[in-house]
Each structure stands twice: as structure tokens, then as C-alpha cells.
Design a protein around this ligand. Sequence first.
Ligand code: ZN
Ligand code: ZN
Length: 223
Amino acid sequence: MPFFNIICVLCEEPVEHSQPFSLCKTCQSDLPFIQKHCKQCGLSLTTDAVLCGQCQQNAPPIDYLIASLWYQHPVNYLISQLKFQKNLIYAKILGHLLLDTLQQKKPSLPELILPVPLHRNRLRHRGFNQAIEIAKPIAKALNLRLDIKSIQRMKSTPAQSRLKAKQRRSNLKNSFSLKQPLNVEHIVLLDDVVTTGSTVYELARLLKKSGVKTVGVWTVSRA
Ligand SMILES: [Zn+2]
Ligand SMILES: [Zn+2]
């Protein structure tokens, strides 16, 4: 009988059977896991403080942020393979890495997970929303509702990475709209990477205006 091994996406060695995805244990343990970050915005902390200086002075509209990994090599590679090579194996890997972090941290669970929506043009171009694909194994394992319909992205904004923080903020104004009332108190926004935070902050402002009390963020990586 031929025996087919699953090959690690990073080192191409066979993956241990106990691994739920195509990444070997050695490569997994070498990933840049976040040890300590600001509880509210996710930026790195060098002291024992819970919040960074910026959040202490001017709190962002999200209540907390949980991230697994720093957006560094090879995390940026795994994410770009998902987004630009359209390989959903990577969504499973990234989803399980975030799930591992959540199972270790045991945060209070939201009533629903809202993956950050893509504008329909980008969705059509890519064929899927990576945030939804990453959220799927998490929602399933934690038995949480996944909401992919209530919020629509109205503006097809240029790639945020090319803009300065201030531009991003004004660029994102009114870029999301709520299609139906949510009637929940605690929501988690889920994304592959949070960079300046401007996208999740804009969503959180909209959700809070509509009456949601607690808006958290779960993200695979933090830049
Ligand atoms: Zn490997
Ligand atoms: Zn902070």
C-alpha cells in the first residue's frame, strides 16, 4: 500500500500525524508567537504594563485585541500564499494557529464572530474572503455563530498599505454599513492581519453606534 505523507508548506518535510494542518511541529514552534502585547490594541510592550502608553492616553474604539503572531517572516509569506495564490490550505493553518492561541488564553466568548468584509469588487477578484476562511475552523471549534451578511463594505478603498495613518482614517470613513440590526452585546471582529487598526476601529465605531457594548478583535497577526 502506498502511504502518502502530508508535506509541510514551509520545510517540505513530512508533517506529524497529530498536526491538524500542513505545517510541521518544528516550523510551528519557530513561528514568531506574540508573548506580550497591549491588551487593547495589540502593540508590543516592553514593560509589565497591561496597556500601551497610547491606549492609556487615548483608548481605541475596540475593547481588546488578541493576536497569535507578529506579522514577520514566515507569517507574511503564509498570509500572502492564502490571499494571492488563493490556496485555502493556508486558511486552515492560520485558523488553527489563532484557535490554539484562543484555547490557551481562554477569553470570554462573543455572541458572534464577524470576519472583516471585503468590498464586492475585491471579493470577485480574489474569489473568497480570507477572513471568513480563517474564521471557519475557529467558529466550528468554539461553537460560535459566524456572521458574514450583516455588514457590507461600501467603498472599494485603495490598498491601505500605501497610505499614511491619517489618510487611512479619512479613507475609511463611512466605508462600512450595517444591513440589519444585530441585537447582540458582544462581537468579535476577525482578520488575517491588523496593521494600523484603522479598519477594525472603523467597524467597531459603527457597531458601537448601533448598540453593541463590547467589540473585540481576534487576528492571526499584528504588524
Ligand atoms: Zn516544516
Ligand atoms: Zn495599546
